[in-house]
Design a protein around this ligand. Structure first.
Ligand code: PMP
Length: 303
């Protein structure tokens, strides 16, 4: 992989190779990090970061859950995101703000210093070339999501992604594009790193945050755009078999954007290709970046 030249680390812009950490950093051993994934898009008015403030607010919320005091303000992290994209001369980019327990104690409850970085790099479609048009084949994972009273799914914390890795790696090993997990209740939760939407009779159905999922910003964007367009959105518990029975199905996330799902566990979903509601949601979402959808909520943060 070709890495970008510059990275923001603990308050300064450094060369990528210089942003190092000690092998005994707490986060490496215990997963004690929190992070965000944000995209910057090219728009007719120049590059714009999508929902930057909302993402970084979630970064601080994740840190709060784990008693991590980020030694910068929200405004400073937002500014670091702008700076690192500019310094690398990127326009279409993915941003990774990251705060982690560094070197300063080996006990689980150690109050270590909190180190912070913001990296950026170019990222195309997360689940592969052409998937936004063609859709993917997904499977239900044999791995369940963690129960809400074990690890909080509402925090975007490094350790959570051990679950995501098991789900994603199993899916790839079996030849699927992505894995979908059930919650500890047995009901549908979310994909390895994406939220889920099912379409029944023109209405969107999505799993509730109680299903051990990350309250995704793309999910919130879709709910808002859909309701504004007069599409009904229902947040509800959903059983596994509804994946097979719905008219259309897609997953969403900052990285995955809006990826249609054409089959689950080898069973065709609807007509086996992206349906009209999925297409409409894609148009509304990507329309934010090419100017077809007005930015009513001030989600675009110009670079
Ligand atoms: N669920 C999980 C587990 C994720 O990692 C992500 C990606 N951050 C999402 C859902 C989607 O969240 P967002 O739309 O905020 O990127």
């Amino acid at each position: 992989m070709q890495y970008p030249e510059w990275i923001w680390h603990n308050g300064a812009i450094k060369r990528w190779a210089d942003a190092t950490t000690h092998v005994m950093s707490h986060a490496l051993h215990y997963g004690s990090s929190v992070f965000e994934g944000i995209r910057c898009y090219e728009t007719p008015n120049g590059p714009a970061i999508f929902r930057l403030n909302d993402h970084n607010k979630r970064l601080f919320a994740s840190a709060k859950i784990y008693d991590m005091q980020i030694p910068y303000t929200l405004e400073q992290i937002n500014a670091a995101c702008h700076e690192v994209i500019r310094r690398n001369n990127l326009t279409k980019a993915y941003l990774r703000p990251f705060a982690y327990r560094g070197l300063g104690g080996f006990g689980l409850s150690a109050d270590t210093p909190i180190d912070v970085s913001v990296a950026t790099w170019f990222m195309g479609p997360y689940l592969g070339d052409g998937v936004l048009e063609a859709g993917i084949d997904a499977c239900v994972s044999s791995w369940q999501r963690f129960a809400p009273n074990t690890i909080p799914a509402g925090a975007k914390a490094g350790g959570n992604y051990l679950s995501g890795q098991l789900i994603a790696r199993e899916a790839r090993r079996l030849g699927f594009g992505e894995g979908i997990a059930l919650a500890s209740t047995g009901l549908l939760s979310e994909g390895a790193g994406e939220n889920l939407f099912l379409v029944f009779d023109g209405a969107l159905h999505t799993t509730p945050v109680s299903a051990a999922l990350l309250n995704g910003i793309t999910r919130n964007t879709i709910i808002t755009l859909a309701r504004d367009a007069g599409i009904q959105v229902i947040e509800r518990d959903l059983p596994r078999e509804y994946l097979y029975l719905c008219d259309e199905l897609f997953m969403c996330g900052t990285a995955a954007e809006i990826t249609p799902i054409r089959s689950v566990d080898g069973k065709q979903v609807g007509v086996g290709k992206p349906g009209p509601v999925t297409r409409q949601i894609q148009d509304l979402f990507f329309g934010l970046f090419d100017g077809r959808t007005p930015d009513t909520y001030g989600w675009l943060d110009p670079l």
